[in-house]
Design a protein around this ligand. Structure first.
Ligand code: IVH
Length: 688
């Protein structure tokens, strides 16, 4: 047959297939390269696996086109990123796992194992969580941590020893003096990811798309101290050549790791049938929502290590394990239209109006589209079928449109040239993607500012939802934020508002009164200064102690505050020099809002060594975490400042102290303490 001359159609098909193979290889290599360097996927896992399977099938059909350089043969990207870290060849390659997306295939996996091992009757399987992070291999010599290497392309990784030394949950010493190589997954806990992104947003920096990217970005930091600060974590699931330690099953190796002081997820269930595995997978699919780290599926491993040897590996993955991927939290729906919203800063943003659909336990009708640039980039049109998903954040996002479903009736979306609320012209600041309404008194902006001011993280005024704000603006009961505190003079008018009974008016007014006690830091946040969120509100409050000081601070002083970025500093400076804002602050002061830090009782503090003194620390500290040293200072009666200024008494310096030390020396009034001197003082005064 093979010798037969091919007819025209066959030749044409073959040519097309060859082109397809080349295209698939090029695309998959590009995706691999991107994934291993940026730790971010250009396409979904499902799409990736579909393309990979298509390539495998074509290569099987045309063995003559096989190539050692095909992504079906090589594990990952051939070129690793920059030469920031030394390259290291893994003693044993770090393989991948083959993936399955439906539970039926778990049965197929078990049948395959049984087929390959017909003599065995009682094969057991270990079920584990599949962590969504970065794999790492750690070597111990005589129980001492000597090296940490990333997975890289599976054969060659990067030496990140210095950085993994800063991950607090990876022990530097094992409980036994063993030579051992172990493998696990580095993750950034979800709670740490959220606070990191919050801080980045407030500092005007780009946020990480998900905890995995954040973990990857953090591990690759040149400055290793950032790793401890951000709280990277690591869970282990593998001992290289475990049988050398007298271990017979995978589940035993997990217990052994734990006995050596190594962290595991604690989840390793031994089961023996496909139905038992599926049951537990369903359980963990629900339960995983309670965990503080991301899991994207479960891993099923044959438990008996002797069988691992019998089953062996393919070039890419072991035959004794399979990963079951949880269904993505994505659904498809139809984009019905776009509503353009105006926020407190005048930013005009698109909101996707969707055909209602259930997603992760709630009904979704609206989703975020960020800005017009994103609509263009994703080529999203009204009438499109779109994928939506809930990422780590709560607000659903439009991921992409599905072009294959288009029938020509879809409508292109145009960027508005007028404000959708007041009709004034819109403008784009240089270098910015967003457009803004140019009308300083646009009702959309005013509404946004009020909503922000009363929101839970700001003044926390209950009973003041979006509809209520709208109503009050409509009835001219309020025209700006300051008017909220005059509402008590309109009690009767309020009671006449439709659906507002006496009781709810009373609750609202009580809530307004109670907000006058909200902390100074919350008031700063509520003012709505660009780039200043909850976290930076706190930093500004601590650094300034009161609004008068804050209003006097120069940009340079604001930049000096740890955690306040250049953009935030400039925004604060500009905001506090604007006539209207100054007037608002004065009105709010008149209403009795908190514009100063509540100073703690000083009586018993006066006895203490640091009483009445102010402190700041800088550089890398050996003995304390950031919060610990702050607590220590307060315990001894001192106050923490966030910046070097004339108000600072002592600067405590750790290793590599930089600009703060220089500034303190220039000022000449600040006393410098080394960390050791500070520790000595603490020792002598902490005897009780
Ligand atoms: S075992 C030879 N167990 O998933 C097999 N891997 O898609 C070694 N992963 O590269 C891996 N959780 O980074 C194993 N419980 C777990 C895992 C796990 C997450 C990662 C690992 C691996 C990738 C494969």
């Amino acid at each position: 047959m093979k010798e037969m001359k091919l007819n025209f159609f066959e030749e044409n098909d073959m040519k097309k297939d060859k082109e397809r193979i080349e295209k698939l290889r090029a695309d998959l290599l590009k995706y691999n390269q991107y994934y291993y360097t940026n730790n971010e996927s250009l396409i979904s896992d499902v799409e990736y696996d579909m393309l990979m399977n298509e390539l495998k099938e074509l290569e099987e059909k045309y063995p003559e086109y096989k190539s050692e350089a095909s992504p079906t043969v090589i594990v990952g990207a051939s070129n690793l990123r920059e030469n920031k870290f030394q390259k290291v060849t893994h003693k044993k390659p770090m393989l991948s796992l083959s993936n399955t997306y439906n539970e039926e295939e778990i049965g197929d996996f078990i049948d395959r194992i049984k087929r390959l091992l017909p003599e065995r009757e009682d094969i057991k399987y270990a079920l584990e969580l599949k962590l969504d992070g970065l794999s790492i291999s750690i070597q111990y010599e005589k129980g001492k941590l000597v090296r940490g290497v990333t997975r890289g392309d599976g054969a060659i990784g990067e030496d990140v020893t210095e950085n993994i030394m800063e991950i607090e949950t990876i022990p530097h010493t094992l409980k036994e003096p063993l030579d051992m190589e172990i493998r696990g997954e580095i993750v950034l806990p979800i709670s740490k990811f959220e606070s990191l992104n919050e801080r980045r947003m407030e500092a005007g920096e780009e946020v990480f798309a998900n905890p995995r990217n954040a973990a990857s970005g953090t591990l690759r930091q040149i400055d290793a101290s950032i790793i401890k600060e951000r709280g990277l974590d690591c869970y282990f699931y593998f001992i290289v050549d475990a049988k050398n330690y007298g271990i017979q099953t995978h589940s035993e190796s997990i217990k052994y790791l734990e006995s050596l002081g190594i962290k595991t997820t604690g989840v390793c269930e031994v089961l023996d049938t496909a139905s038992a595995l599926k049951k537990r997978i369903d359980y963990w699919e629900q339960e995983k929502e309670k965990l503080d780290y991301e899991t994207d599926g479960m891993v099923i491993k044959v438990d008996n290590l002797d069988l691992w040897d019998e089953l062996g590996n393919t070039t890419k993955s072991p035959r004794w394990a399979i990963a079951y991927k949880f269904p993505a939290k994505q659904v498809t729906t139809t984009l019905l239209g776009i509503t353009w919203q105006v926020g407190r800063t005048g930013k005009v943003t698109p909101v996707a109006e969707l055909e209602e659909v259930a997603l992760s336990g709630s009904k979704v009708k609206r989703a975020s589209l960020h800005n017009f640039h994103e609509i263009e980039r994703k080529d999203i049109r009204i009438g499109d079928k779109v994928f939506i998903e809930k990422a780590a954040e709560i607000i659903p996002q439009v991921v992409k449109s599905i072009k294959e479903f288009r029938d020509g009736s879809e409508k292109m979306i145009a960027e508005p040239d007028k404000c959708p609320v007041c009709g004034s012209p819109v403008a784009r600041e240089e270098g910015q993607v967003d457009i803004k309404c140019t009308n300083p008194v646009c009702p959309g902006k005013v509404k946004g500012r009020i909503e922000y001011f009363v929101s839970r993280d700001a003044m926390n005024i209950g009973g003041f939802g979006s509809k209520m704000v709208e109503k009050m603006l409509e009835l001219s009961f309020i025209k700006n934020v300051g008017d909220i505190y005059d509402l008590k003079d309109h009690k009767e008018d309020l009671e006449n508002i439709e659906k507002m009974g006496k009781r709810s008016v009373e609750n609202l007014l009580d809530s307004i009164e109670a907000s006058k006690k909200r902390d100074y830091s919350k008031v700063i946040y509520a003012l709505g200064i660009p780039f200043i969120g909850k976290y930076s509100g706190k930093l500004l409050a601590e650094a300034s102690r009161n609004i008068d000081n804050l209003m006097k601070m120069e940009i340079e002083e604001l930049i000096e505050i740890d955690g306040i970025g250049d953009k935030g500093a400039k925004a604060v400076y500009d905001f506090l020099r604007d006539e209207e804002n100054i007037e608002l602050i004065n009105i709010l002061k008149g209403h009795g809002l908190q514009f100063a830090m509540e100073e703690k009782e000083e009586e018993d503090q006066s006895e203490k060594i640091f009483s009445g003194k102010t402190f700041l620390f800088t550089g890398t500290l050996k003995n304390f975490k950031r919060e610990e040293i702050k607590e220590e200072i307060e315990k001894l009666g001192g106050k923490n400042l966030s910046a070097v200024s004339k108000n600072l008494d002592y600067l405590i310096i750790g290793e590599k102290a930089g600009s703060k030390l220089k500034k303190a020396q220039e000022l000449g009034t600040v006393k410098i303490l080394t960390e050791e001197e500070f520790v000595e003082i603490c020792k002598n005064n902490n005897k009780n």
